[in-house]
Design a protein around this ligand. Structure first.
Ligand code: ZN
Length: 279
């Protein structure tokens, strides 16, 4: 009985949960030692909060309650819908696109509806649903009970210059489109469908410049790592376990942050020195 009460007390109820991927890292990583402190694709941490804030503001304006959360959060949530906003990184660049992840097979219908809506504007296509482990087994799914759907939404590949350019001025609009989608999904708020983005209808905004993924050694300048978003301290262990084809699948880059680990850099470069298929 006491346990039940405690569990109930620890569950927060909202209409919608919106989490900005990688937001709050690495500063808050120490509070969540069981989470891998994945910092995302270069520039991703700057963009996910912009989209999340835009969607949240619109939904709240229409009376929808929103739990607006960073990447890592405590407690459990009971909501109608949850979205975890991300952008992707890929190696080689432009080998990926937008994508959707979810844990419950029944969420495929909702994923399909998002693909249809976003795909009517987004010109670069989608990867298959759940095409990475990170999408299929996203760490925060277990903290959320969602009536309609809980999905990781990858809005596009930041490492692809064409996709980056398309997205760069549309982050506010992306949030508006997401708010419209969520409002319709849960049947609350009546958020209107934003008009298609045009440079006339919205003032272009300058977002922080893209950080170029780097690796310190020539011949090793696009080592894919942060495998599956593992903490950088886990990287040698992860690498030892993964076949090279898997690293390519995970489609992430080493970031400047990650490269602070000299050991990891040496290990990676050593591994790739024997003929890096990605360089
Ligand atoms: Zn991400």
């Amino acid at each position: 009985m006491i346990l039940t009460l405690l569990l109930v007390a620890n569950t927060l109820t909202y209409d919608v949960l919106i989490s900005a991927g990688h937001e709050g890292r690495p500063a808050r990583c120490a509070r969540f030692p069981k989470h891998h402190c994945n910092l995302g694709a270069a520039g991703e941490r700057y963009w996910t909060p912009i989209v999340a804030d835009a969607a949240t503001a619109i939904l709240r304006k229409h009376g929808v309650t929103v739990a607006r959360l960073p990447a890592d959060f405590e407690g459990n949530y009971k909501v109608d819908a949850a979205v975890f906003i991300h952008f992707d990184g890929a190696s080689p660049p432009c080998s990926s696109a937008a994508s959707i992840g979810y844990a419950k097979k029944s969420d495929a219908v909702v994923a399909n509806a998002w693909r249809k809506l976003y795909g009517s504007y987004w010109p670069f296509g989608f990867e298959p649903d759940n095409f990475t482990v990170g999408l299929r087994e996203y760490y925060a799914y277990k903290q959320v009970e969602a009536r309609d759907a809980a999905m990781v939404i990858e809005l596009g590949e930041l490492t692809c210059p064409a996709q980056h350019a398309w997205l760069g001025h549309k982050l506010q609009w992306e949030g508006e489109l997401l708010a419209y989608f969520l409002s319709r999904l849960i049947g609350r708020g009546g958020v209107p469908n934003p008009a298609p983005f045009t440079s006339r209808s919205q003032t272009p905004r300058q977002y922080p410049p893209r950080q170029t993924p780097v690796l310190a050694r020539s011949g090793c300048n696009r080592c894919p790592m942060e495998a599956l978003g593992q903490d950088i301290g886990d990287a040698p262990r992860m690498l030892a376990k993964l076949p090279r084809s898997e690293w390519i699948m995970h489609r992430s880059f080493l970031t400047q942050d990650a490269l602070r680990s000299g050991l990891l850099r040496r290990l990676l470069c050593g591994l790739f020195a024997g003929g890096d298929p990605l360089s």
